[in-house]
Design a protein around this ligand. Sequence first.
Ligand code: NAD
Length: 323
Amino acid sequence: MAPRKVLVCGAGGFIGAHLVRHLKRNGSWVRGVDLKRPEFSVTAADDFRIADLSRQDECAGVFDRHFDCVFQLAADMGGAGYIFTGDNDANVMHSSASINLNVLESATRHGIDRIFYSSSACVYPEHNQLDPENTVTSEDSVYPAAPDSEYGWEKLFGERLYLAFNRNAGMNNRIARYHNIFGPEGTWKGGREKAPAALCRKIAEAPDGGTIEIWGDGEQTRSFLYIDECIEGTLRLADSDFEGPVNIGSEEMVTINQLARLIMEIAGKKLAIRHVPGPLGVRGRNSDNRLIRERLGWAPDDHLAKGIEATYRWIYDQAKGKS
Ligand code: NAD
């Protein structure tokens, strides 16, 4: 992406903090905004604002100038333990919808015409993801809609909102559906962490020969995309003439048991797995990358093991208090 003046909403989060670093490397001027600063590193942003974007006045205060592009990553989210229990549905929906409404209103007021919006694979219908070996996530399979969580429904509303502004307000918004992004500096404990980070932590903390717990039977399938490829796809889409929505994910599908064994191999540990009840999400999910290949001439293709290796080392150091 050519250097420019950019706003990153959610710059204190996992993907946002990495994105800011990449944007700075290519010479952009970056303002970051979030409820909090990045947890695991110092922000690379030129200017970092603490603000609650779900509040109209605070959001308007952040848009005090023109930006060439806004990356809207701010959302109330978390791992399965946060979004699939049902306990946080009202907060998830209300705060994320308010953020998107406020961001669009502030952006149009300043003549900003390009917002990159991070939607999610959670928009896809549950009934297409019951067979772990044969999941359907082609972009057009999203309707008739039946996401399995309110988080997914809110993301679908967000997509429609940004597309409506494209049609009615002359905007050029871009929409990605991220599939399970992981990597160093992601949440790795506390209940909001995703499967790769949770498993890396459990394996890093377990004594050799010990036991780790996995939610469900571990035969549910997923694909996981390393943060560097997520950022590359994000920048390519933001710069392209394709509005999306388009999947940004990996096509290397594994079961959670296979993922656990891969991490054990990288860690050099032999551990037993105990399967316990827990919130699971859909039975199977993989990214379908036909559309992104066709429209951007690019798709992620790195092997899972490469990203897991870097992530395990980082979480191992965190768990041992080395960083
Ligand atoms: P994250 O939770 O690390 O980052 C989101 C950030 O938004 C957090 O730092 C949070 O403080 C901030 N935020 C929340 N409410 C806010 C508010 N009211 N005002 C200002 N900031 C607020 O999550 P992430 O993994 O970096 O994800 C970024 C985006 O990508 C999210 O929109 C998420 O839904 C989407 N996404 C992520 C994944 C993934 O696997 N990480 C998958 C699909 C979609």
